[in-house]
Design a protein around this ligand. Structure first.
Ligand SMILES: [Zn+2]
Length: 62
């Protein structure tokens, strides 16, 4: 479930699985679907992240 939060005064949508935050809910939902399916993040999706957690829950593949 994508969580709405705020980062530096702007709303962000957080992927509940990896914790990355996105400007658009749609992108966060894509991330979450990908994380759930592949148990890892898509670099193509995470490059759009506006918020990167200090300790990502999932390591990006090399
Ligand atoms: Zn994710």
């Amino acid at each position: 479930m994508v969580t709405e939060s705020a980062h530096e005064g702007k709303p962000v949508f957080l992927c509940d699985i990896c914790g990355f935050g996105y400007e658009e809910r749609k992108t966060a939902e894509e991330c979450e679907d990908y994380c759930r399916t592949y148990n890892s993040c898509s670099i193509k999706i995470t490059e759009k992240a506006v918020y990167i957690p200090e300790k990502p829950k999932i390591k990006e593949p090399e």
